[in-house]
Structure formats: C-alpha cells, structure tokens
Design a protein around this ligand. Sequence first.
Ligand code: NAP
Ligand code: MG
Length: 484
Amino acid sequence: MSHIPFDTSGVFIAGLWRPCASGETLPLFNPSDGSLLAQIARGTAADIDAAVAAAQAALDGPWGQLTAAERGRVLHRMSAKVLEQADELARLEALDVGKPLKQGRADALALARYLEFYGGAADKVMGETIPFANGYTALTLREPHGVTGHIVPWNYPMQIIGRSVGAALAMGNACVLKPAEEACLSALAFARIADEAGLPAGALNVVPGLGEEAGAGLSGHAGVQHLSFTGSVSVGSMIQAAAAKHTVPVTLELGGKSPQLVFADADLDAALPFLVNAGIQNAGQTCSAASRILVERSIFDDVVARMATRYRALRVGAALSDLDVGPVISARQRDVIEGYLALARQGGLNIVAEAALAEGLSTGGYFVRPTLVADVPATHRLAQEEIFGPVQVVIPFEGEAEGLRIANGTAFGLVAGVWTRDGGRALRMARKLKCGQVFVNNYGAGGGIELPFGGVKASGHGREKGFEALYGFSTLKTVAIHHG
Ligand code: NAP
Ligand code: MG
C-alpha cells in the first residue's frame, strides 16, 4: 500500500474525526496499477444526519457569528495552507485519481486560488437600496442559504471543492461535502487543512460513502437548504428530483460535448496545442473537455494531420511518472471508453491516430490510448455522447451557419471555443452558441477561476466560479421600511 500520511477511514463532523455509523469501510484503488490504496468510511444517512445537525449548530454558533471579513481571513489561511501542501496534495491526487503530478499540482494551486478569490470577496458582496414610494426606505440583504450540500465527482475533486465549498463558506453557509467513492483523499486532506486553518467546527463536514447511501441521504435531507452537484446527467436529475421534495434549489453541472470551431482564417499554430490539450487533459475526464473539433473544410486535412502528429507524440503512463496522460479512474470507466472505440471500429470510422502506452506499465492499471477519430458524422454516438475519456472526434463544416448548427446540435451546452482572426465572426458566434462559456482564440482561459461557469440544456443550470457564484450561494431578502 502506498503511504497515505493520515487516517483515511473516518468522517469529519463538527470538527472531529470519527468512525462512520455503519462502522464499515470501502476500498480505494490506485488507477495506475489497480492496487489497494486506502480504506474510506462507508458513510450513510445516519452520518449525513449528524453532519447536517453539526452544520446547523455551526450556523447557530461561532461560525454564524463571524463577520464577513473574518470569514474571508479564515479562507485566506486555508488558501495559504493548501499552497504549502500543494506537492503533497498533488501526490495524493496522483495516487487516488491517476492524475499526472503536474495536473494534481495545478488542481491544488486552483484550490488555493479559489480560496484566495472567495476569501477576498467575502466582505464585498453588497445589497442595494431601491428607489421606492415616498415615506419608505427599501433595501436588499444577501444572506446565506444555511446548510449547503456539495456532491462532488472524482475527476477534479480539489477544483470542484474550491469553487463550490469556497463560495459557500465565503457567503456564510455551513457545508456538508460528499466526495466520490472513487476519489476521496483530497477531500479528507482539505478537511484537515480547514481544521488547521481555524475554520470553526461544523462549518465544513465531510462524509465519504456511496452515492446511493451518503449521496442520496444528503440530496433528500430536509435540513439542507441548497445543493450543488457535479457529475452525470442521470444522477443530476435524480438530485434535482430529490431536492424538489423539500423545494431546495440546486446547481447542476453535468458535463458536455463541447466543441472548438476552427475557421480557415485561424492562427493554427496558436490553436493546435489548445485543440489537443482540451481533449486529453486529465485523460479526457473533464466536464468541459473539447471532445468535438469542428474544422472548416478547406483546412480540414491539414488540421487533422497536425493533431494526429501531436497525438502520436503523447506519452501515457503511471501518474507518478508525470507524463502527458495518466490512467482513467476505474476499470469501469476504461470499459465505457473502450466500448465507444469499438463502436468507432465497427462503424468503419476513420481512426487517424492513437498514442502509445509507456513501456512496462502495470497490467492492473486502467490505461486507454488517446485516440483521434476524423470525419465523424455529427449525429454519430461518438459525436453526441459524453465519452469522458481521451477521445476526440473531428468534424468538417462549411461556413458559419453550418458550424453553428453542428456546434449547437447536441443535448449539451457547457463550453465552446472559436478560432478565427475575424472579430465580427467571433462575436456573431459567441452570441449564437448555446452554452455557458465561449472562448475566442483560447480555450479554458487557464482555469478561469474568476469566470462564471455552468451550462444550459443537459449540461445543467446555475453558475459557479467567479463572483456570480456568491449570488448562487446566497439568497436575497428585501426589506421595505415605512417611516413616513
Ligand atoms: P456520478 O454517478 O454522477 O457521480 C457524481 C457524484 O454523485 C459522486 O459523488 C457520486 O457518488 C454521487 N452519486 C451517485 N449516485 C448518487 C445518488 N443516487 N444520489 C446522490 N449522489 C449520488 O458520476 P460517475 O458514476 O462518477 O461517472 C459517470 C459519468 O458521469 C462519467 O462517465 C461522465 O460522463 C459523467 N461525469 C461528469 C462529470 C462532470 O464533471 N460533469 C464528473 C464526473 C462524471 P459515488 O461516486 O460515491 O457513487
Ligand atoms: Mg459512482
């Protein structure tokens, strides 16, 4: 077993580590070799009850008494500790999620930056006074929802914790966090960091466990006033249905099939690294992965050839070897991806490039060869469904109208990229693309912590990241005072 420098088997409730109510544990595996990594708590509804009660007690106690500036200072202390421990967090994430170390480190730095950003924002969220009838003063107050639930997936635990828990704490909510059963270590490390940084007990509670047990317990809990979920469409709709029973608002971030459109006038040298990286980053297990590359027909063959060259040069290996691509999260996820690749072969699709796997990889690891597939019909399952693996499809188009039709022609709408030197076209496309974020002559804007993020259609609703998230994690109260 690889060395994990803390006890991983507990739940964190009311500032204390304790065994979960069931007394059972779940195994955590290292995706690079399939070995047993640690045992985590199998939290259930009973633990969620205790966590929600602890969060409510924190709101009624010391956490609820802090001023906005004091909350900001706590977040800044947490940020500094994350930075101090960035290398260790990257190592944990490499072992747990299979991320190459540089990606794990980038995630840790993003977590620190979210805490810095939201720490700084905590005391800058203001209400308004409203011109109203004579004899009245009318004003608005931004207040926390209360207890917020955070259900987090395995693909970017630190970044998603940063953007959702960070914003929720800044607004004065108390959080119950349910990490994914397949990747919990950074969430547990985060709880330890919060504790060391002096976050008052109960402001953050962490309950690992199965989705159907701890997750369902949290999404259906009557004591929770807001839910934030990132993951699959199917579970997202279940969360929304569960929350509806108690009329609890939800933020859903459900992934996508995001396109990058490359017009013939684009600066291809600038575009090329973004086209490929946005497909293979985190082994393609990224909600905003650019899994569809739409290329104007006159430059189609050139772009495909240049992408193929990059694919062939990709190095795939164990997370601790820190190559370009690591393993995927699980054997199940690998089998899903291999299923799509089999579909491509059966359908006679044009597989133009596959990356090689490094020599001597453990046969127990969950490795997939990054694969580029060209000339894919826009309605094909590979061009419509979220594969969540290092697979990109390249689709030709002719002119703005067809590009838009293909770009908007999936169930999803999370992110899009546009590559062109024509400013008017860039703006026309940005306005007509049906999604939550558009990047012009870049993709992802280096993580974009300050940029509101979220989807339309099956990609979900609500916005996280940026200042906007602070509105989502708060509720507005209007006060009308009659004074004559
Ligand atoms: P998932 O099942 O949607 O899991 C996301 C989170 O929801 C995890 O914490 C999970 O816990 C929890 N969960 C599962 N069932 C639940 C339930 N009934 N009630 C409450 N919470 C529940 O996603 P997955 O199985 O890990 O991945 C499946 C597919 O989802 C992927 O192939 C990908 O297409 C998509 N996905 C998208 C994103 C994204 O960033 N948008 C992230 C991850 C996955 P457990 O893991 O412990 O079950
Ligand atoms: Mg799952």
